[in-house]
Design a protein around this ligand. Structure first.
Ligand code: G4P
Length: 526
């Protein structure tokens, strides 16, 4: 019988992240294809469309052709159990993506070979860096004209602030793209454009094998040998530990659409990517193989049916074995809860599970009991850290447009904030509620959902702010003095923490100069 340690060792829980359009969805789909979780390419996207069509409020995203939903895809690959956490592509839902990154043990970043590092890639990498998440980079769309692979490597290093080490190498790109040499396994894959089939491998002994010349031609074989020599000269030998320590990102090249270079990536990934790691709680470090169960809610998925205000809370299991119908403690409320219908996400199907292990994600049907960040345990009083709020980019006052429905509005705002749709700040000076978001789209989603799910009407009033800053100081007097001086701009977040609403970069700069003992943070976790 498999022990908890066997179950942990075979799990790989990760997210694929990218700037929109780099090929995240396509790569996800190809990984599922290899895992036998789907049988034809195109299934993920068509599924996406189906899901959208069944829900009313998601009409919003359908119209814009983006995916709001974050879901989990589990499948077996060889001896490994793989859990891919999908993240919304649209940048207005970046906060959702950040939270999902707290539930993964590693990340694959997809970069378009023609576009290189884009804005969203940079931002997501910052979040990975905050948490020391190991990163593998997949440079995609090699079948199209793009940049020189060496230039891309330089750019990755400079822009993402991480060392890189190529583990596969392309033979030409664009129309002349012939294949990739697998540096990690010393093998060669030739490219035949095909969206459905997996590619074949050419057996070679080493880089000097004449079969390479035969397969790709002498000139390209010579160029490949030259490139590899340069790589060996410039980049240090690949060291798994430096990847696990998040100092070096292995880089693979390929074409997700053509299923090319994907197997190299996947085979190396399962070998080197970390199994579930210990997780820090406020009280102590929790090891995955402890017998006591623990986990946290990193995502609450709004209901698909506006008539039933039910949600799914996604719980990442950190330690122990999760069992259906066992009693678990919701640490925030002290309540004991039993889950009769926890679901897991295997091969694109959602089904009820009896047990789950560290690294797995279970979906728990919920009617408003859970908040983002909630810890569940077998009984111990621990609180997992690390679901930071980031300063929103846009702010608006939310006002009630229907005085008869103020209770509904209150409740709606509360629940949507618990779900993590946006952030609520209450101005301490005038008591007005401020909603902070990453993008305009979230305001529309909130307004729509308040109306359709809670029967409440709201309107937005403009508010021009630069940043929300969480403040702290060792000097209580200075802090009190600051709050007095800036009382019009002081607010509290949903946890009651003090937040300074800076209306311009200049004001923030002045505040920093005038109050050197106060530390200003752009995230709630410092
Ligand atoms: P995303 O999730 O990161 O936003 O990207 P997605 O996979 O949806 O891919 C964005 C576009 O890039 C898609 O084209 C997709 O087919 C294309 N693409 C992905 N990988 C490759 C590749 O290796 N080579 C080439 N040439 N194209 C690639 P689309 O026209 O926007 O969508 P579709 O109609 O093809 O589905």
């Amino acid at each position: 019988m498999a022990t908890i340690n066997d179950e942990i060792a075979r799990r790989r829980t990760f997210a694929i992240i990218s700037h929109p359009d780099a090929g995240k969805t396509t790569l996800t789909e190809k990984l599922l294809l290899y895992g036998g979780a789907i049988h034809i390419a195109g299934a993920v996207k068509s599924n996406k469309i189906k899901k959208t069509a069944t829900s009313d409020w998601m009409e919003i995203e359908k119209q814009r052709g983006i995916s709001v939903a974050t879901s989990v895809m589990g499948f077996n690959y060889g001896d490994y159990k793989i859990n891919i956490l999908d993240t919304p592509g649209h940048q207005d839902f970046a906060e959702d993506t950040y939270r999902t990154l707290t539930a993964v043990d590693s990340v694959i970043i997809v970069v378009d070979v023609a576009k290189g590092v884009e804005q969203q890639t940079r931002k997501l990498m910052e979040v990975c860096r905050m948490r020391n998440t190991p990163v593998i980079i997949f440079v995609n769309k090699l079948d199209r004209e793009g940049r020189d692979p060496f230039d891309i490597l330089d750019e990755l290093e400079a822009e993402l602030h991480i060392g890189v080490r190529p583990l596969s190498w392309p033979i030409n790109i664009g129309a002349k793209f012939k294949g990739v040499y697998n540096i990690y396994e010393h093998s060669l894959d030739l490219f035949t454009p095909d969206k459905q089939k997996v590619s074949e491998r050419v057996e070679i002994d080493d880089i000097n094998d004449p079969r390479i010349d035969k397969a790709v031609g002498e000139a390209d074989a010579a160029k490949l040998r030259e490139d590899l020599e340069l790589i060996e000269g410039v980049y240090p030998e690949f060291d798994v530990q430096s990847y696990l320590d998040a100092r070096i990102a292995p880089v693979f090249f390929g074409s997700a659409l053509n299923t090319f270079g994907v197997k190299e990536l996947l085979d190396c990934f399962v070998k080197i990517a970390p199994a579930p790691k210990p997780v820090d709680a406020v009280e102590r470090r929790v090891e995955p193989d402890e017998t006591g169960f623990s986990g946290f809610v990193f995502k609450i998925h709004a209901n698909m049916d506006p008539n039933h205000r039910s949600c799914i809370a996604f719980v990442k299991i950190c330690s122990g074995k999760f069992e259906r119908n066992a009693s678990y403690k919701q640490v925030r409320t002290g309540k004991s809860l039993k889950f009769s219908a926890p679901t897991a996400f295997m091969a694109q199907k959602k089904s009820i599970v009896d047990e789950a292990w560290p690294g797995d994600i279970v979906g728990i049907p919920d009617t408003g009991n859970f908040k983002i960040g909630d810890t569940l345990t077998s009984g111990e009083e621990i609180h997992f850290k690390g679901l930071p709020s980031f300063s929103p980019e846009m702010f608006k006052y939310i006002e009630n447009s229907d005085p008869m429905k103020s209770k509904q509005l209150e409740k709606g705002i509360q629940q949507l904030m618990d779900e993590g749709v946006a952030q609520l700040f209450v101005n301490q000076f005038n008591g007005r509620k401020i909603i902070g978001t990453v993008g305009q789209l979230q305001f529309e989603v909130i307004q729509y959902r308040l109306e359709h799910e809670y029967g409440a009407q709201c309107r937005w009033e403009p508010l021009s702010l630069y940043k929300a800053c969480w403040i702290e100081s060792d000097d209580d007097e200075a802090l009190a003095n600051f709050k007095r001086r800036k009382h019009q701009f002081m607010a509290v977040d949903r946890d009651g923490h003090d937040v300074f609403l800076a209306d311009s970069g200049y004001v923030l700069q002045m505040a920093r100069t005038d109050f050197p003992s106060i530390r200003f943070h752009f995230t709630s976790e410092f």
